[in-house]
Design a protein around this ligand. Structure first.
Ligand SMILES: [Zn+2]
Length: 394
């Protein structure tokens, strides 16, 4: 194979890259460019209003390095009809780009690697919701000839999914709840992309692990390994809408708080759990409840606010908490997370972040909280990550 300017002995990978930088040879009627980084969006974002009053577009931009060389992703821009909505610089990309099956993020994609860039596009106040999004990515391909290593690539067009967002009631009642690992930049739920039944799903995209503090800011007081030490243990769990029960799992034993359970099979990870059919292809999952506390059966109709169980520590759970999520299917893993908006709640504070929360949860020390005074009443919004929240009655 003879390529102008390239020695015939060079590896095929470099020929490939040379083709990319040399462009077309004039035979094709349309302009052709090698695009070693393939961009795609599998699940269109569903816009929703967060408790910050802003509209968020949360989705994953899939990147495939279809080459035999490393690619550094230097910049990613998100566009609405040619207008830039968000720019991620090299550092921001490196915090949000995760190779398939990895929990660690990277800035450089190894050869032949597929990855997801987890995006949270926050619209300016009052801005119209885009109909379609597109992307421009600035790359550095180290194996390309000097001076031709950096170039831009566009792709990953997606529509914006304008299906109505579920409006629901609160899953709990009372004060001082923590919206742990909620949307949109926390990693443990929003980035839980899992290959199940032949497809990648992000069922936990908008999941929350609800925890609670006592009046002194402690997540637990007393022995760490005792269920009753935890402020949230035994709190009533509420139906978030008039709904039909489609799945009930009961009989799973409590874990010992503070210990990560081992060898939990996939079908027992939710512990004692309930899935409600909210209608319009939306399903609410409640996980980790107390054994024997589930008050409903498959096929039952429940009413908004009805107590359906008690908060426990069953399944894949390290401390008592309520895992709550809404998805587009009646399963906890092979479905896609959907946003929802809670009709009304109060934000009374914000924690110092996930790291501080993890420390308070481990050590039983007071959770550092910046109060919101007076408390901020929020209507029709999703509680964002690491807020202190009261639900009526409070
Ligand atoms: Zn969870």
């Amino acid at each position: 194979m003879k390529i102008p300017g390239i020695a015939s002995a060079v590896p095929l990978s470099l020929v490939f890259l040379a083709l990319m930088v040399l462009g077309s040879y004039g035979r094709a009627q349309v302009s052709e460019q090698m695009t070693p980084l393939l961009l795609a969006v599998q699940d269109a974002p569903v816009p929703f209003t967060g408790s910050d009053g802003r509209v968020h577009l949360v989705y994953e931009l899939e990147m495939t390095n279809f080459s035999s060389a490393e690619i550094l992703v230097e910049k990613v821009e998100v566009f609405d009809d040619g207008v830039s909505l968000q720019t991620l610089d090299t550092t921001a990309v490196a915090e949000r780009l995760q190779p398939a099956g990895m929990r660690e993020s990277v800035g450089t994609l190894a050869r032949s690697t597929r990855a997801l860039l987890f995006l949270n596009v926050v619209l300016a106040p009052g801005a119209k919701v885009p109909a379609e999004l597109s992307h421009r990515v600035a790359l550095r391909v180290s194996a390309a000839p000097a001076g031709q290593q950096e170039f831009d690539q566009s792709g990953g067009k997606t529509t914006v999914d304008r299906r109505p967002v579920a409006s629901i009631g609160p899953p709990l009642r009372g004060m001082r709840y923590i919206s742990a690992d909620s949307c949109c930049d926390a990693v443990r739920h929003t980035r839980a992309a899992l290959p199940v039944n032949g497809r990648v799903w992000v069922a936990q995209r908008y999941a929350v692990d609800w925890e609670q503090t006592d009046a002194g800011g402690h997540i637990y007081a007393g022995p760490r390994d005792k269920l009753e030490s935890y402020a949230i243990f035994g709190q009533p769990v509420l139906a978030v809408a008039n709904a039909v029960v489609v799945s009930v799992i009961d009989g799973e034993p409590e874990q010992t708080p503070g210990n990560y359970p081992t060898n939990i099979p996939l079908d027992k990870a939710d512990g004692n759990s309930i899935i409600l059919d909210l209608g319009h292809q939306r399903y609410a999952l409640y996980a980790h409840m107390q054994p024997g506390s589930l008050k409903v059966h498959r096929g039952d109709k429940v009413q908004l606010g009805q107590v359906i169980g008690l908060v426990g520590d069953t399944g894949n759970s390290v401390v008592p908490h309520l895992h709550f999520q809404v998805t587009d299917g009646p399963s906890s893993l092979s479905s896609n997370g959907l946003p929802y908006e809670i009709s009304e709640f109060q934000v009374t504070g914000a924690t110092a972040g996930t790291k501080a929360f993890d420390e308070a949860e481990s050590n039983g020390t007071p959770l550092p909280i910046t109060p919101v005074a007076p408390p901020h009443t929020v209507k029709q919004a999703m509680p964002l990550d690491q807020l202190i929240i009261s639900f009526a009655p409070h």
